[in-house]
Write a protein that binds this ligand. Structure first.
Ligand SMILES: Cc1ncc(COP(=O)(O)O)c(C=O)c1O
Length: 368
């Protein structure tokens, strides 16, 4: 009775009522216990199996307990300087957040008015459309090229109307792993009306094996371009929650005004800085992923699977009955993402040992 009255009188955004909570990954120990597994390779969330540089834990441990009672540096100065130097960008073009997720939420909040729309390729990372929905905006989904997974930039331009406020491109894209060249994004930007924000989410940028894979240098030229990065993937720091956006005014000032003043703790700032400074560790792991990616793609080609050429640390593969294949892989100790498409599965690359085992398990699960 009470609940019913509550439903009738409660004031809440209609778009939020329709949302379901994000299905977060189950903890490894829970999955192992459920399936009686000795070893579980978690290849479902595009994390790094190598974890972060040991210098991160050292730096975090070295933080004095005396800081606990005081707010952290709201400008994340140390991290800001390290990231600016690494990317050759102006420190005053950087906004930090608890993962790229927080930047996605904030950008959406800053830019979208109710009734506006965003345009995204399909498939892509689910957060863009979800946050648009929260802000009472709609999403136009433009299918990627079925043969090779590339973004259809012309179709995106055709879909623009006077309510379009943002375009989101994950590059490389999640879940396809497909990479768009800097020149194709620049060509697109030159045709995009300047009052529409283009966000290029470079969460997986570090894994790309082509030079000049980032559009970050273009931020100084285009006021409507935002580049997102995260330390959750190649840096192996998904749990620390550090991401950043590169953008200039007016977006920079608006984002700084809207974000919570102390959104990164000292541990995030200090740990994130240590990670960014250890480029040798990052590059070593990136190379391992690149080698494993090539080996796994060769295996898929040899066994005649359809997949898109990946430049990320995961591969999007057509398997037919995704749920069935996902379940069979799980029973063999491999947790993959079977929740995104009824026919396609997303598998993150593991250690060389796990990947070798995975090939056998994959043939078994797909009856090849
Ligand atoms: C394309 C893309 N952007 C952003 C994120 C969010 O990353 P973070 O852990 O930094 O919030 C992810 C995570 O999977 C992603 O795939």
């Amino acid at each position: 009775m009470n609940a019913l009255i509550g439903e009738e009188i409660r004031k809440m955004k209609k778009t939020v009522k329709a949302l379901a909570a994000y299905q977060a990954e189950l903890p490894v120990e829970t999955v192992k216990a459920k399936y009686g597994l000795q070893h579980l390779a978690r290849l479902s969330a595009n994390e790094s199996v190598y974890g972060p540089s040991p210098k991160v834990a050292q730096a975090v441990r070295a933080v004095s307990d005396d800081i606990l009672g005081y707010y952290p540096d709201g400008q994340a100065t140390e991290l800001r300087e390290a990231v600016a130097k690494l990317n050759h960008v102006d420190p005053q073009h950087l906004v930090f957040g608890a993962g790229a997720d927080e930047l996605i939420e904030l950008l959406t909040r800053v830019v979208l008015e109710p009734g506006s729309n965003i345009i995204i390729p399909n498939p892509t990372f689910g957060e863009y459309a979800m946050h648009a929905q929260i802000e009472q905006s709609t999403t136009k989904k433009i299918p990627v090229n079925v043969d090779n997974g590339h973004v259809d930039f012309d179709a995106i331009l055709d879909a623009i109307d006077d309510k379009t406020a943002m375009v989101w491109i994950a590059n490389p894209n999640n879940p396809t792993g497909v990479f768009e060249t800097t020149s194709s994004i620049k060509r697109f930007l030159d045709k995009l009306p300047a009052n529409i924000t283009l966000v290029v989410d470079e969460a997986y940028y570090d894994f790309v094996d082509e030079p000049d894979a980032t559009v970050a240098p273009l931020v100084a030229e285009y006021t409507n371009l935002v580049v997102l990065r995260t330390l959750s993937k190649a840096y192996g720091l998904a749990n620390l929650r550090v991401g950043y956006g590169i953008m200039q005014d007016p977006l920079y000032s608006a984002m700084q005004a809207v974000r919570l003043p102390y959104n990164l703790s000292t541990y995030q700032i200090v740990g994130g800085t240590a990670a960014v400074l250890d480029q040798e560790y990052l590059q070593k792991n990136v190379q391992r992923f690149q080698v494993e990616r090539q080996k796994f793609q060769d295996f898929l080609t040899k066994n005649k699977f359809k997949f898109y050429e990946s430049q990320a640390n995961f591969i999007w593969i057509k398997v037919g009955e995704t749920k069935k294949v996902g379940q069979k892989l799980l029973e063999q100790g491999f947790q993959v993402n079977d929740r995104l498409n009824p026919e396609w599965i997303r598998i993150a690359l593991g250690t060389p040992e796990d990947n070798a085992e995975l090939k056998l398990a994959f043939l078994k699960a797909t009856n090849k």
